[in-house]
Design a binder for this molecule. Structure first.
Ligand code: AMP
Ligand code: ZN
Ligand code: FE
Ligand code: FE
Length: 283
C-alpha cells in the first residue's frame, strides 16, 4: 500500500530565514509525512544540492521565493523547476541578496544607537552565503535577551513603520516572472491576500502577470484572509490559474507546520509538464 500524497511546496531552510539546514528540513518533512517538498529559500538556490543528496524518502521539488516589489508593496513569487544556472536569474538573485546584506547592516547600525547589538551578532545567526533578512536581526536580538521570539521583534523594531527599517532592492513582479519563465521555471504568486494589504492584487496587474506566464496562486496559506481566499478562487477560475496550498514552514522561526496546507497531485503533474529548467529529485 502506498502512502497518500502530501505535497508541501513552500518551505525555508537556513540558506535563508528558516532555522534548519536543508538536510534537517528533509528529515523533518519525512517525519511530518510529507511525500513531496519544495525548498523555496528567499532569493537563493544554495540549499538544493544538500537537500537532493539527503531526501529521507521525500521527493524534492527545487524552488525559490523571489523577492519583488510593486508600488512599495512587497510581492513574493514562488518559482519551481527552473535552471539554477540561468545567467540572468543568477545575476538578479545576487543583486537582491547583496542589497539585502547592505540593508541589514544599515538597519543594525540604526538599532545599535538604541540597543546593545552589533553586526557580528547578526552574522552569528547566519550561515555563509545565505540570504539575510530581518529574521536574522530578530534572532540576534533574541540571543541578546532583547526579545523572546521573532514575532515580538517584528511587532516592534523590525516593523516597517518602526523607523529602523527600509526596503532592499527588488525587481518588479513582471520582471521576476519573466526571469523565472525564461529559465524554464513555473511561477506562482505567494500568499497574495495577506492581512494588512489594502486589497488582493488588482485584476489588471494580475492579467499582465498571467500574460507573462504566471502559473498559479498560493491560496491556502495561513496569512491569506478568508475574504482574500474567496476572491483568489474567483480570479484563479477566471484566468485558468492553478491553485496551491502550502505551509511556508520556517522551522522554529514561525508557528507554521510542515504539511499544514497541501497542493493537489494533479497541480504538481501540470507543473512538471510546464517546466523545462530542471527535474524533481524523485525519492
Ligand atoms: P525581510 O526578508 O527582511 O523583508 O523579512 C521578511 C521575512 O520575515 C519574511 O520572509 C517572513 O517570513 C519573516 N517574517 C515576517 N513577519 C514575521 C513574524 N511576525 N515572525 C517571524 N517571521 C516573520
Ligand atoms: Zn521567510
Ligand atoms: Fe513570503
Ligand atoms: Fe516564504
Amino acid at each position: 500500500m502506498s502512502a497518500s500524497p502530501k505535497i508541501d511546496l513552500h518551505t525555508h531552510s537556513r540558506e535563508s530565514d528558516g532555522t534548519q539546514s536543508p538536510i534537517e528540513l528533509m528529515a523533518a518533512a519525512a517525519d511530518a509525512g510529507v511525500t513531496a517538498l519544495a525548498l523555496t529559500d528567499h532569493d537563493s538556490t544554495a540549499g538544493w544540492a544538500a537537500a537532493a543528496q539527503n531526501l529521507h524518502g521525500v521527493t524534492l521539488i527545487p524552488g525559490i521565493e523571489l523577492s519583488t516589489r510593486h508600488r512599495q508593496m512587497s510581492v513574493h513569487i514562488l518559482g519551481y523547476l527552473f535552471d539554477p544556472t540561468d545567467a540572468e536569474l543568477v545575476a538578479e538573485t545576487l543583486r537582491i541578496r547583496s542589497s539585502r546584506a547592505n540593508r541589514a547592516q544599515q538597519i543594525v547600525s540604526r538599532l545599535a544607537v538604541d540597543y546593545d547589538l552589533q553586526w557580528d551578532d547578526v552574522l552569528a545567526q547566519t550561515v555563509a552565503g545565505s540570504t539575510i533578512g530581518r529574521p536574522h536581526i530578530a534572532d540576534a536580538m533574541i540571543a541578546r535577551g532583547i526579545f523572546l521570539d521573532r514575532a515580538q521583534a517584528f511587532e516592534s523594531v523590525l516593523h516597517w513603520r518602526s523607523g529602523y527599517v527600509h526596503p532592499h532592492y527588488a525587481p518588479e513582479p513582471l520582471r521576476g516572472i519573466e526571469l523565472l519563465v525564461a529559465a524554464g521555471g513555473v511561477p506562482v504568486l505567494a500568499h497574495p491576500a495577506t492581512r494588512g494589504r489594502d486589497h488582493v492584487i488588482s485584476e489588471d496587474a494580475l492579467a499582465t502577470l498571467v500574460d507573462a506566464g504566471l502559473f498559479g496562486l498560493e491560496i491556502e496559506h495561513r496569512l491569506n484572509t478568508a475574504e482574500g481566499i474567496t476572491r483568489l478562487r474567483e480570479l484563479a477560475k477566471k484566468y485558468g490559474l492553478h491553485t496551491f496550498g502550502s505551509s511556508d514552514y520556517h522551522g522554529s522561526g514561525k508557528p507554521n507546520q510542515l504539511g499544514e496546507n497541501t497542493t493537489a497531485p494533479d497541480v504538481l503533474h501540470a507543473m512538471l509538464e510546464r517546466s523545462t529548467g530542471t527535474e524533481p529529485v524523485w525519492a
